[in-house]
Design a protein around this ligand. Structure first.
Ligand code: PBG
Length: 333
């Protein structure tokens, strides 16, 4: 005997067609940005803790960028691995006009002009200590204001090389205002700023630090950035960071990591109309890959759900190491 139940939501899930019609969250390749690692060597090198991710040569980078562009991915975020002999405590290599990161921007701009290039602005690939800025005199902390001067110069160099957006990932106070002013003074009024606004001091950056070699001692992953990155428990403070960056002139705001910080993405979505990016970081990628390798998770299903959840939380676009694989599966569907 059927029971009369006026609200039967399962009626809305009965067929593939109804489910597709009522789908609330769409994700397309245009919503993805691929982070790419480049190094100064002709041979591609796998990143051990990130299966499927490689550090590539400049030529390899262009090839990858082309493939992504063909797949409909609109942006790339570039990260350079600098050999140890070019690192210093002050990270001077970051301001070398021929440094690898700038050469990478120029190559992609010239060869794949349709892609949006995000240039990372922070000193960690260039410093011997792996911190995102220069240290104070007693070397006990990162010197905020001294770092700002370097970041502003780095941003101008990146803009001149062809970056569409500079992306300060350093979490220094006042960096967005200083960078905006420096860009404008140099005539780069069209270069935007994607601020890593709510960047938490997360354990999930370990594999990335392997990839760019910024984990201080080999194998050591516990470099603490707690004096500048956010406390993972702090929701209100994350919002203050984001609103401060917006007020200083950030064109877009980012939450990082993404999957464990969906509430923060939602908070920002409700607090501002600025575009919001979310970075599904190396550790989020690595744990899905690891579980899949052990046979404990279905990689594609878990990957797709992780990206959908980030979109649903309110991100306009997602930086993810799954960009190429996801986009290629999207077209094969
Ligand atoms: C540093 C930077 C980090 C990432 C991007 N830029 C790591 C850190 O703060 O130590 C992490 C990205 C990832 O884990 O995928 N400026």
């Amino acid at each position: 005997m059927p029971i009369s139940i006026p609200v039967r939501l399962r009626r809305l899930r009965q067929t593939e067609a109804v489910r597709a019609m009522l789908n609330e969250t769409a994700l397309t390749p245009a919503n993805l940005v691929a982070p790419l690692f480049v190094h100064d060597s002709p041979k591609a090198e796998p990143v051990g803790s990130m299966p499927g991710v490689e550090r590539v040569s400049l030529d390899g980078l262009v090839e990858k960028a082309r493939r992504l562009h063909e797949l409909g991915v609109k942006g790339v975020a570039l990260f350079a691995k600098i050999p140890d002999d070019k690192k210093s405590s002050g990270g001077e290599e970051a301001l070398n006009p021929h440094t690898l990161a700038l050469r990478a921007i120029r190559r992609i701009k010239a060869d794949v002009p349709g892609l949006v290039i995000f240039a990372d602005i922070a000193l960690d690939p260039y410093t011997t200590h792996g911190h995102d800025g220069v240290l104070t005199g007693d070397r006990a902390d990162v010197d905020n204001d001294a770092t700002l001067e370097v970041l502003a110069k780095m941003a101008v160099l990146s803009a001149a090389a062809g970056a569409d957006f500079v992306a300060p990932s350093d979490m220094m106070d006042g960096r967005v205002a200083v960078i905006r002013e420096a860009l404008d003074e140099a005539g780069h009024t069209r270069t935007g700023i994607l601020a890593y606004s709510a960047k938490f001091a997360s354990a999930a950056y370990g594999p990335f630090r392997d990839a760019v070699g910024s984990s201080r001692k080999p194998g050591e992953k516990s470099l603490s950035k707690a004096t500048y990155q956010l406390n993972p428990g702090n929701r209100r403070e994350a919002l203050r960071e984001a609103l401060a960056d917006e007020a200083e002139g950030a064109d877009m705001l980012m939450v990082k990591p993404a999957g464990d910080y969906l509430d923060i993405i939602r908070d920002l979505r409700e607090a501002t109309d600025a575009p919001i990016a979310a970075y599904q970081v190396s550790g989020e990628y690595a744990r899905l890959q690891a579980a899949a390798r052990l046979g404990w998770l279905d990689l594609r299903a878990a990957r797709d759900e992780s990206l959908l959840a980030i979109r649903r939380a309110g991100a306009d676009f997602i930086l993810t190491y799954f960009a190429e694989a996801w986009a290629s599966d999207y077209h094969a569907r």
